[in-house]
Design a protein around this ligand. Structure first.
Ligand SMILES: [Mn+2]
Length: 228
């Protein structure tokens, strides 16, 4: 063991299999590489929403194009590397796939973050997309709660039901054990409204989990713990 421990990687990779969905996921909250235990099926290949840059690898294929697009935006603007593959029961509808992918992402987030020490804990952001504007406020609280109001009017965007979009954020918050308040404040176009919400969420989370110099190892709570 080196005396000066390098910053611990904030990453997770696992599979989540049920009768309804089979999911493989890998997440690195700081961008860069995926954990060694990452399913090789997640690495390489062409996906519906994929992008590789110097600092981030993103590859998302849930079987629902608009969900891929939203999770791509979330990971890109969150600064994450994220790979997800899902084979779900889309012959029924989009519900189990969208819900389970977001549960898996929330679990990966919770696992990757570990004990929330040395981070800001709170984060908020506004993000526009043309005429649409959304606000997200995040508390890395270990108290799962989501208040989501996106005011979407269409029945679906692409193959994702609009009713599933706030439910995706709720499922993520539950599994990630965080508090989320996300509101779309204005906008005419539902694609823009949803996408601005995911972008605001990404930027707010990025802020909340950012490390605070000089507070290494300190848990940002008057209770002294965010674990119980
Ligand atoms: Mn778009």
């Amino acid at each position: 063991m080196a005396s000066s421990t390098p910053a611990q990687a904030r990453w997770a990779a696992f599979a989540r299999d049920t009768n309804e969905t089979k999911i493989q996921i890998a997440l690195n909250l700081d961008g860069g590489a995926f954990p060694p235990e990452t399913d090789p099926r997640l690495l390489g290949g062409s996906d519906h929403a994929s992008q590789s840059s110097k600092s981030q690898t993103i590859s998302i294929n849930t079987g629902i194009g608009f969900l891929d697009h939203m999770l791509h935006a979330l990971s890109k603007h969150g600064g994450w590397s994220l790979a997800i593959a899902c084979k779900g029961d889309l012959h029924i509808d989009d519900h189990h796939t969208a819900e389970d992918v977001c549960i898996a992402l929330g679990s990966a987030f919770h696992q990757a973050l570990g004990i929330p020490a040395g981070i800001k804990r709170f984060g908020y952001a506004y993000a526009p997309l043309d005429e649409a504007l959304s606000r997200a406020v995040v508390d890395i609280s270990n108290r799962p709660h989501a208040s989501i109001d996106l005011g979407l009017k269409r029945e679906k965007i692409g193959d994702l039901s609009c009713e599933m979009i706030p439910h995706c954020m709720e499922s993520f918050a539950q599994a990630a054990r965080i508090t989320l308040h996300v509101d779309c404040l204005k906008g005419f176009n539902d694609h823009h409204r949803a996408e601005s919400a995911f972008k605001a969420l990404a930027i707010a989370i990025r802020e909340a989990i950012s490390k605070v110099a000089g507070k290494e190892g300190e848990v940002p709570s008057t209770k002294g713990t965010l674990s119980v």
